[in-house]
Design a protein around this ligand. Structure first.
Ligand code: URA
Length: 446
């Protein structure tokens, strides 16, 4: 029997989950408190995570875990008059996914407040913070008070998680990473939603990817995660919707931190690649509708397209850079499209070996080669090279002739090995016909 009369004991709680029993709110509180206060051993945390991974959790347990993780640190507080305006977006991660860099300022330009807490890249997926840190001076460390000032003056900020924000997630995530317990739906939901809940959001949109470059390749698993996230988010009081989107080809034409910043600025000027603009517009329009800033998603779509065309989203991005430490001159020059960011020492191009129409460019081999070249990290906290990246000179749907250059790799010291060249060439799929398809496959609402 587990009642409040029985003294709680970590070993017994692990055993209960191991045996597929349901944990009470009190037991989950005890476990998360022990994680945060470091009174539970790492091996016990690992055992508990594995038990959750294998036996899963009821929705009630996952909601309780999320809530306890949320309150393991401080919660951000905003002025009352912002209560319906505070919104955010989260993506489960992809290749060339620079949507946040464009969407946060676009939403600010539409009158929303966006306190975006982002992460660094790990493995083959990039991280928003790494992209922004390719801009000299950009500071991802902001106190809650500083965030409030930037949100008040600019409307959006993009910052890193601090020791005070969801400390339980920091500890749990580090252990999940080394115990093969990352891909558990309740653990992912608790991790993502707890970090969004401390932002005291009114509305949240989630971009749950599926396909070869995504956390979950199969759409059914991605859908299950999306439904779970939407449910947990709403039960924590955040109006949450999720979009399922394909992550097979890279998003846009650039992969790699500084190259993605340059491409984001093009999008903020209304000249971005179609797929990137499609995602930004889709996610932004639904968020504007959800928070009541637009009377329909169609009206929201027009609003997002307008701020990308009329320069107000770019103005917000520039102001955010200055508010987060970039000098005024550098921010202006960068937004004017001047070549400010450090370039990698070498560029190598590869040529198409056949002619036709590009059917696909597999994102995973591209991302893995970039990781080997230093653009991504194998371990958390590892340093990376912000200038290493790939430009796609041709993209999906383009006609290509044999001998046309289709990819330019920016690299620092070494050259591409023969094996890397073969993997890159194999990622290009050329065929005869092409039928354009939308990136967004579904939207999941409460
Ligand atoms: N992103 C997170 O923040 N947490 C997870 O568990 C997975 C992706």
């Amino acid at each position: 029997m587990y009642t409040s009369q029985v003294p709680l004991n970590t070993t017994e709680i692990i055993k209960k989950k191991r045996d597929k029993q349901t944990l009470t709110k009190e037991e989950i509180h005890y476990f998360v408190k022990g994680v945060t206060e470091e009174s539970i051993q790492d091996c016990q945390i690992g055992a508990m995570l594995m038990a959750i991974c294998l036996q899963e959790m009821t929705k009630e347990e996952a909601v309780n875990l999320t809530q306890e993780m949320k309150v393991s640190g401080v919660t951000l507080q905003w002025p009352k008059e912002w209560s319906r305006l505070v919104v955010d977006k989260h993506s489960t991660g992809g290749v060339g996914d620079k949507v946040s860099l464009v969407l946060a300022p676009a939403l600010a330009a539409c009158g929303c407040k966006v306190p975006m807490i982002s992460g660094r890249g790990l493995g083959h997926t990039g991280g928003t913070l790494d992209k922004l840190e390719s801009i000299p001076g950009f500071n991802i460390k902001k106190t809650p008070e500083e965030m409030k000032t930037i949100m008040s003056e600019v409307g959006c900020c993009i910052v890193g998680q601090t020791a005070e924000l969801v400390p339980a997630d920091k500890k749990l995530y580090a252990i999940r990473n080394v115990t093969s317990t990352v891909d558990s739906v309740p653990l992912i939901a608790a991790s993502i939603i707890s970090k969004k809940a401390v932002e005291s959001l009114h509305c949240l949109i989630l971009d749950v990817k599926h396909g070869e470059g995504a956390l979950f390749k199969e759409i059914d698993r991605a859908r299950k995660l999306a439904e779970y996230l939407v449910d947990v988010g709403n039960r924590l009081g955040i109006r949450t919707v999720a979009v399922l989107s394909k992550m097979d080809n890279p998003i846009g034409r650039c992969i790699g931190n500084s190259l993605e910043v340059i491409e984001s600025i093009k999008c903020l000027k209304g000249n971005g690649p179609k797929d990137l603009e499609e995602l930004v517009t889709y996610l932004g329009s639904h968020l504007l509708y959800l928070c009541g800033k637009a009377e329909s998603s169609e009206v929201g779509e027009e609003a997002i397209k307008d701020v990308l065309k009329n320069g107000t989203a770019l103005g917000k991005f520039q102001a955010m850079l200055v508010a987060q430490g970039v000098t005024t001159d550098l921010a202006r020059a960068l937004c004017q499209g001047k070549e400010i960011l450090k370039r990698a020492r070498k560029q190598e191009e590869l040529k198409a070996e056949a002619e036709g129409i590009i059917q696909a460019i597999h994102s995973l081999p591209l991302a893995k080669v970039l990781q080997e070249l230093g653009a991504g990290r194998n371990q958390p906290e590892e340093p990376i090279n912000h200038s290493v990246g790939i430009e796609l000179l041709k993209t999906v749907g383009d006609k290509i002739n044999k001998g046309d250059s289709w990819i330019r790799v920016h690299l620092e010291d070494s050259s591409l090995s023969e094996a890397q060249k073969i993997r890159l060439q194999k990622s290009l799929v050329i065929g005869k016909m092409f039928k354009g398809v939308s990136l967004v496959t579904d939207i999941i609402e409460a």
